[in-house]
Every structure is written in structure tokens, then in C-alpha cells.
Design a protein around this ligand. Structure first.
Ligand code: PDD
Length: 283
């Protein structure tokens, strides 16, 4: 069950050999994706694959496989590991060369690695909600790229974690951008607000599905940044990602949102999302 993908080969975990001069390792010079597996199938596989190729393109990495072949490689990995509920993590780097900041003058082979992980849906948090801490967003200005450079996110998540919170609610001045590894949403007077898909956030695949769900359940959407100053005056607040799905945010900096319980619209969106992923509706 411990097969990994190393370029286009399925190998045992212990057989993978990576260079100390891999540019992903030294510079974070690469990109990644996390794709959810439900019942042995990838959810929104094509959207994740498209974003993987787009991220690569934005940093001028050429992926040496067609999208169809890449899809098959990932699928074969999931099948080999017999994953039913979990995720596949995949990354590609610009390759290994003597350390110089600029791209290799003589092109080298990119290095792709992928592996799977089993886990279940965070059902308790989906019902009870999670706590977040507001933290200044110090990341770079190309958050639309799913880059391996995650130090800004790592530091924010750590600060949230040290304060007993599940996630960092990132803001640039008064404007809320997203979470350290999630997208953020507020609902006020029957309207959903979320940061527009600009360079300041990752346009989550779950975010895109949620916006479709909003249309289906009749919840109007305004893609504009949420104000930090008035964040607690919102009726509901929630976050989303591939791994978390939709989690109600029930406290911000220790102060309750919606009396500390999951909001009605948030619950409706969870149900609409569950219908798409083919899961049973939780409590
Ligand atoms: N994180 N914003 C950021 C900064 C993210 O890192 C992620 C995903 C999202 C949500 O995107 P999606 O719905 O496509 O998962 C938003 C992944 C899960 C991670 O780094 O593990």
C-alpha cells in the first residue's frame, strides 16, 4: 500500500531517490495539488489537473506529460494503494541542478512525486465548527499560484495553532483574503461574501463548487473582500478546502460568531456540497 509516483513510474516509497540539489528542496521552486478521494474516485479531478498545469505554466515549468496521461498516472497510484477515502498529494519541481537562482541554462528533467493518504471527513468540525485567529497576511503577491513556497502560510498556521485555533484568518490591512490553507466566506442578510479570485488568494476548487451550490440554493454571491473591522457583525462565517470541505467558523479571536453555532446557510451549503460528492448527509 505504499506505492508512490516518481516521475512516470510507480515505485515503492523506499526506492524513491531525490537530489539534495532539487530546486523544490532548495528554493521551493515547484507547484503542487491536493486532490480528494471519495469512494476510490477523485473529486473534481479535471479542475485540479487544470489548476496544476496552470500553476506550472505561471512559473514556466513545462510538465512533460499530457493531461490525460497525468490523470491516468494519478489514478493508477490511487488504485495501487487501494485508497477509498483520503487524498492524493502531487508536486512537480524544476529539477536538480547546481544551486543558482536563475533557471538551469541547459534544461533538466522536472521531478514529479505523488503519494496518497487515507483519512475520513472531519464530521465533528463540520457540525460543531472551528475557531480562527486573525493574522496579517504577509505572503507574496502571487497567491493564485499553488507554489511549494508555503512559509507565509506555515507561520500563520503555527500562530493559529499555538493559540488553540484551527486556522488563521488572513487579512491585508482591513481586507480579509483567505485562510492559510483554506478560503473564507461571510454571510450577512442572506448574501454570501468572499474575496474575488485575484492574485491575493488561491481560487479554491471547493470555492468554485460552493459558488455553484450558492446558485442552486438561491444564495446571492458578492465577490468582494470582507472587512476585518466589521467581521463579527456577520451572521455566519465559514471556511473551505479540499480536505476540510465546509467548516463553520464559530469563533474569531475567541469571540462567538452566530452565538457559536453552525449557521443555517452554512448547513444548506454543506448539504448541497455533499450531494455533489456523493456522501451521506451528516448530523
Ligand atoms: N490547501 N487557499 C489556500 C492558501 C490553500 O492552500 C488552499 C488549499 C485553499 C483551498 O483550495 P481547494 O479548495 O482547491 O483545496 C485555499 C490545500 C488543501 C493544502 O495546501 O493542503
Amino acid at each position: 500500500m505504499n506505492w508512490v509516483l516518481w516521475n512516470d513510474r510507480l515505485v515503492k516509497d523506499e526506492d524513491i531517490k531525490l537530489s539534495k540539489e532539487d530546486r523544490g528542496y532548495q528554493f521551493g521552486d515547484g507547484i503542487y495539488e491536493v486532490i480528494r478521494i471519495y469512494n476510490g474516485n477523485m473529486f473534481t479531478a479535471q479542475e485540479h489537473i487544470d489548476r496544476f498545469y496552470e500553476s506550472a505554466d505561471k512559473i514556466k515549468i513545462v510538465i512533460p506529460y499530457t493531461k490525460d496521461l497525468f490523470h491516468k498516472m494519478i489514478y493508477d497510484l490511487i488504485e495501487a494503494n487501494e485508497v477509498t477515502s483520503g487524498q492524493v498529494y502531487v508536486q512537480i519541481t524544476r529539477g536538480a541542478t547546481p544551486r543558482l537562482h536563475h533557471f538551469p541554462i541547459t534544461p533538466v528533467e522536472t521531478v514529479l512525486t505523488a503519494y496518497t493518504k487515507e483519512y475520513k471527513r472531519p464530521v465533528t468540525e463540520m457540525v460543531n465548527g472551528v475557531a480562527v485567529k486573525t493574522i496579517e497576511d504577509i505572503r507574496w503577491l502571487r497567491c493564485d499560484i499553488k507554489s511549494l513556497n508555503l512559509l507565509g502560510s506555515v507561520l500563520a498556521k503555527q500562530e493559529a495553532y499555538e493559540n488553540g485555533c484551527f486556522e488563521a484568518l488572513l487579512h491585508r490591512g482591513d481586507l480579509i483574503t483567505e485562510g492559510s490553507s483554506t478560503n473564507m466566506y461571510a454571510i450577512k442578510d442572506g448574501v454570501l461574501y468572499t474575496h474575488p479570485a485575484t492574485n491575493l488568494i488561491l481560487n479554491g476548487i471547493t470555492r468554485r463548487v460552493i459558488l455553484t451550490c450558492c446558485e442552486e440554493i438561491g444564495l446571492p454571491v458578492v465577490e468582494q473582500p470582507i472587512s476585518l473591522a466589521t467581521v463579527l457583525s456577520n451572521d455566519e462565517f465559514f471556511l473551505s478546502s479540499t480536505t476540510t470541505e465546509i467548516l463553520p467558523v464559530t469563533t474569531i479571536n475567541g469571540i462567538k460568531v452566530n452565538k457559536g453555532i453552525r449557521g443555517e446557510w452554512t448547513h444548506k451549503l454543506q448539504i448541497a456540497l455533499e450531494a455533489k460528492i456523493g456522501q451521506e448527509v451528516h448530523a
